[in-house]
Design a binder for this molecule. Sequence first.
Ligand code: 13P
Length: 337
Amino acid sequence: LTVRAGSYADELVKTAKTIASPGRGILAMDESNATCGKRLASIGLENTEANRQAYRTLLVTVPGLGNYVSGAILFEETLYQSTVDGKRIVDVLVEQKVVPGIKVDKGLVPLAGSNDESWCQGLDGLASRSAAYYQQGARFAKWRTVVSIPNGPSALAVKEAAWGLARYAAISQENGLVPIVEPEILLDGEHGIERTFEVAQKVWAEVFYYLAENNVMFEGILLKPSMVTPGAECKDRATPEQVAEYTLKLLHRRIPPAVPGIMFLSGGQSEVEATLNLNAMNQSPTPWHVSFSYARALQNTCLKTWGGRPENVQAAQETLLIRAKANSLAQLGKYTG
Ligand code: 13P
């Protein structure tokens, strides 16, 4: 192990292994206030702190959540928030045996000099913010940047995405947080699965090149890739077996076995599609724990079932647990629908 991860090296390895434990994955509930506002608007609720708190309380208090979920990614507001009953959300998660995590990036902005592409902000002040998040109980971090296939991707955009992820990963490790490395290759576009595969190979090659150059300890990171699928507007659809074949081929070619866990994003797939694809990927042995870090594919039905009404909280929690359990089975390759 490199010395750069410093005094936290052993703890990072342990945290990553805990999150990547059999039959468990991550609940992504780190929607920024703007994105959370869109979700709340879809059920006719105003984007107030009280409504965000009510929804996040519902999510973290699902009875038995920790049987299927090993980590929860929080937005900064939630890391410092209490449940509606006044308990620290971080404490509720720890009692549930769910590791608290924190989204640390500051979002996407236009990348000057590119083909209308984006880059991800947030490196300024990241070391001190990360130290404060650790103090508050976070043990892992997430940084999401995106790569667009229809807009390129340009060599510039890929390089910037990879470099930003690598700097963030090094800073996280020095402050005790396991970095989730997430270069999301957006689903948008009419391209076929071969084109996604080609772009993903390029992106992951650069990401690992810069992770190594920044002395990131691979045993103490987690990845959050997009599955290799056709573009959302492509007429040729892929079966779960095809998605698994392409995605596993990508992982085998690009991801060192030292990395403990691959936690896929759902990226706009339906709940069942995301579960079926994960299940297909777990039909053969891999060097890594292959699991989920879903937001929409865990929350969609839950949010609709809740609808902002206190009397629906229990029913909504049950729907979240159904999705979490289905994905837990998929992590074990045992989901049958
Ligand atoms: P989706 O699963 O909804 O794509 O969100 C996961 C996530 O956290 C994206 O960064």
